[in-house]
Design a protein around this ligand. Structure first.
Ligand code: ATP
Ligand code: MG
Length: 400
């Protein structure tokens, strides 16, 4: 019903690292030629964890945009914009919040996780609890069907689907449809009708796929229904009513969770990252000092790449022949850890060189970037306004 569309965003909270690049950005570049794409600087999201150090956000916004463009995001194909310049995101967040159960937010797996990991910050705030809902609004306001992200974001996309489903359930009914469906339900007979109603509610309110299956089986077995009524009840079960918001799918890359220098997920806040535009000397130093398999104390001790944080980087950065050389050389202790790291260093430097060159164009001419973004904000806003018109109408806010 709605065209395929892509939305994704990143938080301007510091320099972009190769985890962002291989975890998400490579998919942005791939998808921009195929679909209309909207790429967002998630500055309000940065505030959810950096509300007490806002300077870093302003410093990172333009640097991050330069990283995107240098990585190959093409402003002639994709719409690049800043979240806070499209206030419709805030309006939809507020409206969706009215019907969002608190338990849904508290159960988002990243919620307690992040509070523990970032324990030096007070994240027991309304904004932090609500940020998956804001993310849902970011996606839904463009009716995006695909969201290219890293693995850590998958639960948020699932949450977004639930929010969309609930919205369509509450506000998407078409005149007359419900009455007809209710009439058809009576023809199922008392017990069956009751069960149908139950599984339908379970699916629509909680997204319980098992309940959906159960409902379909029940209808398939019901001999008493006419063709028309059966179709109607299939539709009513899934909520095939006016779809106002679109349920999106996550799109992962081949490296959906790139580990950092210490083997944990690469993250700015863990201090284990390699920037997308790292100084060559610093890049070399970082890799050379990376810990390796702890069993390899001496050169003569054999190691196991599976236990070494360097290996996942090889898998992304070097070719099959190098992989075999690493595997056999490490296990037989015929190569040292520094030998093993050298082709990796070479590959990283090679990847970053053209990125650095393309970035220079935008560093030299800041107005170029400002114009791209101003244009993108206008375009994004028009699409968001279209959605909000439908949302307000569906919620009965279009008083005249
Ligand atoms: P950091 O964890 O470094 O603070 P962040 O989580 O603040 O970064 P986001 O803006 O939330 O950065 O993430 C931007 C995108 O990059 C998301 O799609 C996220 O899944 C992806 N991403 C971040 N880190 C990694 C990683 N180590 N491996 C793969 N993808 C990642
Ligand atoms: Mg993150």
């Amino acid at each position: 019903m709605y065209p395929e569309r892509v939305l994704s965003g990143m938080r301007p909270t510091g320099a972009m690292h190769i985890g962002h690049y291989h975890g998400a950005l490579v998919n942005w570049v791939r998808m921009q030629a195929e679909y209309p794409c909207f790429f967002m600087v998630a500055d309000w999201h940065a505030l959810t964890t950096s509300y007490d150090e806002v300077a870093v956000i302003g410093e990172s916004v333009w640097e991050m945009l330069i990283d995107w463009l240098a990585a190959g995001v093409d402003p002639n194909q994709a719409t690049i914009f800043i979240q806070s310049r499209v206030p419709e995101h805030a309006e939809l967040t507020l409206l969706l919040g009215m019907a969002t159960p608190l338990g849904w937010l508290e159960r988002v797996p990243t919620y307690k996780d992040q509070i523990e990991k970032l324990s030096h910050k007070d994240l027991l705030t309304y904004g932090f609890l609500g940020y998956p809902l804001m993310q849902a609004a970011d996606i839904l306001v463009y009716r995006a069907s695909m969201v290219p992200v890293g693995e850590d974001q998958v639960p948020h996309i699932e949450f977004t689907r639930e929010i969309a489903r609930r919205f369509n359930y509450l506000y998407g009914r078409e005149a007359g449809f419900e009455e007809k469906a209710r009439e058809a339900m009576k023809k199922l007979g008392g017990k069956r009708a009751k069960l149908y109603d139950e599984v339908r509610t379970r699916f629509q309110q909680n997204g319980d796929e098992g309940a959906l299956e159960q409902g379909r089986a029940l209808l398939a077995d019901a001999q008493s229904l006419s063709m028309g009524d059966r179709e109607r009840l299939f539709g009513y079960l899934e909520g095939s009513r006016k779809l106002i918001l679109v349920e999106p799918q996550a799109r992962l890359t081949a490296a959906p969770r790139l580990p950092g220098l210490d083997g944990a997920k690469m993250s700015k806040s863990y201090g284990n990252s390699i920037a997308m535009r790292e100084e060559p000397a610093e890049l070399t130093r970082k890799i050379r000092t990376m810990p390796t398999d702890p069993a390899r104390v001496r050169l003569t001790d054999p190691g196991d790449p599976e236990l070494c944080p360097v290996w996942p980087l090889h898998r992304i950065y070097t070719d099959e022949a190098t992989h075999q050389w690493v595997q056999s050389g490490c296990r037989s202790a015929s190569i040292g850890c520094l030998d093993c790291k050298q082709p990796l260093i070479d590959a990283l430097l090679k990847e970053q060189q053209p990125i650095r060159e393309r970035a220079q164009v935008y560093l030299d001419d800041p107005t170029l970037l400002r114009n791209i973004v101003a244009d993108g904000c206008d375009k994004a806003r028009k699409v968001a306004q279209d959605t909000m018109r439908d949302v307000r109408e569906a919620m009965g806010l279009d008083y005249s």
